[in-house]
Design a protein. Structure first.
Length: 205
């Protein structure tokens, strides 16, 4: 793609680094910004910069937060005896949108995937185990994608947690195998959480 400006070319190259954005889409976005008022573009730029520089990860659940401890973890309206284990922040958002869950979360930061070089030590597993040692938790529900990586992670987590005196459950499999949690519709996801089953029982289905 030929550009009449080095500045334009550089901007397009940066936008094209975003997932799902090709050169043509990147060019369209950059040209759109050029049509906007300077103060609007500066606000856009400063917002992204502030996001990157000031965003935090909750020291309790590892979810993205504006504060050291997120609003969910500090809420007295949430059931802190119930922890929902998810892959990442997108899954927290998906579950919150169902309005079917009132517990707290634990964000693993990924799934076990030997093919990608991701093992248990790369995930927030030890911090989950530490949370259970407080004796406040009564149930842990696994809400991971119905994929090979998700099932591998579930199996490993169950081995790590099975000696705790807690209920271990998983969301009901109304979700097709191979489905990413963030793409499941809210009604199906909400029902899967509400009708969760004991993890050991789910393995026999």
């Amino acid at each position: 793609m030929n550009f009449s400006s080095r500045l334009l070319q550089n901007a397009v190259a940066e936008f094209a680094k975003l997932p799902g954005i090709g050169q043509k889409t990147a060019l369209r976005l950059v040209l759109h910004l050029l049509k906007q008022e300077k103060q609007d573009v500066e606000k856009f730029s400063s917002t992204v910069s502030k996001l990157r520089n000031e965003i935090q990860f909750c020291r309790v659940c590892l979810n993205i937060s504006d504060q050291p401890v997120c609003e969910i973890c500090t809420s007295h309206k949430r059931d802190h005896g119930l922890i929902c284990v998810v892959e990442d922040t997108r899954d927290v958002m998906a579950i919150e949108n169902t309005n079917q869950y009132n517990g707290v979360y634990h964000v693993l930061g990924g799934l076990i995937s030997p093919m990608d070089g991701i093992g248990p030590s790369d995930l927030e597993v030890d911090s989950l185990v530490e949370r259970l040692a407080s004796n406040e938790v009564q149930e842990v529900v696994f809400a991971l994608s119905a994929t090979m990586e998700g099932d591998t992670t579930l199996f490993y987590l169950h081995k790590r947690l099975k000696n705790f005196d807690i209920t271990i459950s998983t969301i009901a499999r109304g979700i097709a195998f191979g489905g990413e949690l963030e793409y499941v519709d809210e009604i199906t996801l909400g029902r899967s959480i509400a009708t969760r089953v004991p993890y050991v029982s789910s393995m026999s289905k």
